[in-house]
Design a protein around this ligand. Structure first.
Ligand code: 3H9
Length: 719
């Protein structure tokens, strides 16, 4: 797990070998301990170089070991042994040096990095802190403000930035190991005392208290209940205020709390879930590893509204040639300007040239004749989309993949309008499409595995968390959102206020509550959908029927607000009031409270006290219950798919792992019991009726989330 070789006569080259990222498993740690000992005790060795196999230095501690009983030599003494060595140890960093990998490098006396390498301490994103001395060494090396930034955000830095910060001593464009060996020979024999970072005093920082106070406030605001970022600040504070040994003790103490926390489990689950969704499979048996994606060099976007513009930017930034089509001249000109602006701003941020010349704008759909893939992003209207699909089928070269960006329409119906339904998939982007991380790739019963593989690969290239899902109303994300929003409306009828509901959800960790969110996206969006579904009764019906539709409880509150012209932020009025259109500052609106009182009086509803617990249980368990239906229906292949969708696109707090993971943490029996309780109290709300899969899981002894698949499979094989 760590190879040992003598090179250039007197340099011991130690190579970490644990593909794919040379994580520091027990065997790797043992390998390092043994080889370092061997190098130090060999009188013919004057210097040591540590590198990683296959162009990757080290991806850090082996996260898979965290759930088990840890064995093998611990990291801290191993790194100390390297730092206190009497021969120079040089880290040759290629690929990644992350977490424990960077901590190992910080224990070395020198660090040489390849120009393409990335370095960082991303432990915070796994609910941890750099606890192999990273929180104590990095501030001593680069100063408190820069270390705080890196450790609390977990961001990766380029080799160039690492050099500027002083994390590495040299950057090379050539063979990193050769450069490190040469460097090691050049420093052999020099005193190593000035190279042992743990002996450095932390650089003096004026107004230390104010700095920590400011960072702590910032972290608390953005952490939304996550504990690791706070522990990271506390650990760096220890580095800045305590001698190294005491700082290390504090690092260990903080890590002990984090290591066994539910948040760390949730965040580590998210890490693996994000990778698991790439290994998609369809009910037909088609899978990621047996389906070959087609190459996509040239793509087209049809319709340059908000979504089409964002998709065009995302495609161009990925390096594709894009034909952007908009039939209305004025819209086309506006879109061109907006897309160029977005590309220029993005390029400036990333320090690259804007990809303006990758896009050709056209008013004519014939321009897409030779593209490999088209993403249709016209207005969400089935007749219009059908028309566009028919045109595309006639215009595009044979084999072109036709993708529809829809948030709810039936992908299979659209596919049936084309001569080659196997070439059709849905690509559900989230606004703004060049920023939001989530992409639902929607396959219909006739979509070919090749088409799904191509859309999934394109999503990955665009940097999206791409999740393959089956075709149903609302797909996964929006289908689960419906019962969540519905419960929020019912809670208002029963006595809650938008403020109370939103506060409960925001304290849970959502960036915004359901009503603030609804004001942001526009109340008219849902209104239009409900109208299309025949749920809206103009003028508001009266009597009992006002609150019943299609035999189930219905709240017309959202419709009534729209009838008052309250569409949310854009009209300055919605569930809250705003000073100007588009303002993000939601203020409580006395009109809304009087309106709710009048509404309750009109419908004979008596307001009761509703607490945060009920808000969370009603909204979240209804959403989770729909998630079980989705699993039961085979729309999502596994709970990880649902969780990645909710964490990446719906603001579900990552440190709670996603809705299905959360249900697992709360306990399936408890979720079932609360749903039964609420369904009994509200028998006219079908979404509160516990899903049979949930019952079956509880009956099977509530297996851990990674074993739910066995229960689902058993059920499907019995059908
Ligand atoms: C830590 O170090 C704690 C210490 O401070 C102190 C402890 C006392 N362990 O992402 P990819 C797997 S905490 C185990 O697709 P890429 C990954 O699951 C650690 N497995 O590749 C995947 O498996 P599969 C701090 C790991 O090229 C495969 O490797 N370190 C680990 O796109 C390929 O991964 C981090 O947080 C690991 N550490 O990206 C770094 N890392 O094929 C986490 C990866 O079965 N890692 N795997 O799905 C990364 O950010 C990326 O993997 C990396 C490569 C950038 C390295």
């Amino acid at each position: 797990m760590a190879a040992y070789k003598r090179v250039s006569e007197s340099v011991a080259l130690i190579t970490l070998q644990n593909p794919p990222v040379n994580a520091l498993s027990a065997a790797v740690r043992q390998g390092i301990v043994d080889t370092v000992e061997r190098a130090l005790s060999d009188p013919n060795v004057t210097a040591v170089v540590i590198c990683g196999q296959n162009g990757v230095f080290c991806g850090g501690a082996d996260i898979k070991e965290f759930g088990s009983n840890m064995s093998g030599p611990p990291l801290i003494p191993m790194i100390h042994a390297i730092e206190s060595a009497n021969k120079p140890v040089v880290a040759a960093i290629e690929g990644s040096a992350l977490g424990g990998g960077l901590e190992l490098a910080l224990g070395c006396h020198y660090r040489i990095a390849h120009s393409k390498a990335r370095l960082g301490l991303p432990e915070v994103s796994l609910g941890l802190l750099p606890a192999a001395g990273g929180s104590q060494r990095l501030p001593r090396l680069i100063g408190v403000p820069a270390a705080l930034n890196l450790i609390t955000t977990g961001r990766h830095v380029t080799a160039a930035e690492a050099l500027q910060l002083g994390i590495v001593d040299q950057v090379t464009d050539h063979n990193t190991v050769d450069a490190a060996v040469k460097f090691a020979l050049s420093v052999a024999g020099r005193s190593l005392d000035p190279r042992r970072i743990s002996t450095y005093p932390c650089p003096q920082q004026p107004d230390l208290d104010a700095l920590f106070e400011e960072v702590m406030q910032k972290v608390r605001r953005s952490a939304r209940g996550a504990i690791a970022p706070i522990a990271c600040v506390q650990a760096v504070r220890a580095a800045a205020t305590l001698p190294y040994t005491q700082g290390m003790a504090r690092e260990q103490e903080l890590m002990a709390t984090l290591f066994t926390s539910g948040q760390a489990r949730a965040l580590q689950y998210c890490f693996f879930a994000q990778r698991a969704v790439g290994r998609w499979r369809m009910p037909s048996g088609a899978r990621w590893d047996t389906s070959k994606p087609r190459p996509v060099h040239k793509a087209a976007v049809i319709g340059l509204g908000t979504m089409g513009r964002g998709i065009t930017v995302a495609l161009a930034q990925t390096g594709l040639s894009v034909i952007a089509v908009e039939t209305q001249e004025k819209q086309l000109m506006e879109a061109k300007q907006a897309v160029s602006g977005m590309l220029e701003r993005g390029a400036k941020r990333r320090g690259v040239a804007p990809a303006l010349d990758r896009i050709i704008y056209s008013q004519n759909i014939q321009a897409v004749a030779d593209v490999d893939l088209v993403i249709e992003a016209v207005f969400e209207d089935v007749a219009l989309k059908t028309k566009v699909f028919k045109q595309l089928s006639a215009v595009c070269k044979p084999g072109t993949l036709l993708c529809t960006n829809t948030s709810a329409l039936d992908v299979d119906q659209l596919a049936s309008e084309t001569p080659n339904p196997e070439l059709v998939v849905g690509m559900h982007f989230f606004a703004p499409a060049h920023v939001m991380k989530l992409l639902e790739v929607v396959y219909g019963p006739r979509s070919s595995p090749e088409a799904v593989a191509t859309a999934m690969q394109l999503g990955k290239k665009m940097g999206k968390a791409s999740v393959a899902v089956g075709n149903c109303r609302g797909f996964v994300g929006n289908r689960m959102l419906k019962p969540y929003v519905e419960q929020a409306f019912f809670l208002l009828e029963e006595g809650a206020t938008p403020e109370l509901v939103d506060r409960a959800l925001e304290e849970f960790g959502f960036p915004m509550g359901v009503f603030t969110m609804s004001d942001l996206s526009g109340l008219d969006v849902g209104w239009r959908v409900r109208k299309g579904d025949g749920l809206v009764e103009p003028g508001g019906a009266s009597g009992r029927s006002a609150r019943v539709r299609q035999g189930r409880r219905y709240s017309p509150l959202g419709d009534l607000l729209c009838e008052h012209g309250r569409f949310g932020q854009k009209t300055c009025r919605g569930w809250y009031q705003y000073d100007k259109p588009g303002s993000r500052v939601a203020r409580s609106d006395p009109w809304l409270h009087s309106f709710l009182e009048a509404y309750r009086a009109e419908h004979g509803l008596v307001a009761r006290r509703i607490d945060h617990q009920e808000v969370l249980e009603r909204c979240l368990y209804a959403l989770i219950n729909e998630g079980f239906h989705i699993l039961d229906d085979g729309i999502a292949a596994g709970p990880e798919d649902i969780d990645v969708i909710y964490v990446s696109g719906y603001g579900w707090p990552r440190h709670r792992g996603g809705p299905m993971f959360y249900a697992n943490m709360v306990g399936l029996a408890k979720v079932l019991e609360r749903l039964e309780h609420y369904h009994q109290a509200h028998p006219d709300v079908p979404h509160l009726q516990p899903c049979s899969l949930l019952r079956r899981l509880v009956a099977s002894g509530s297996p851990p989330i990674h074993r739910w698949g066995e229960v689902i499979k058993k059920l499907h094989s019995q059908l």
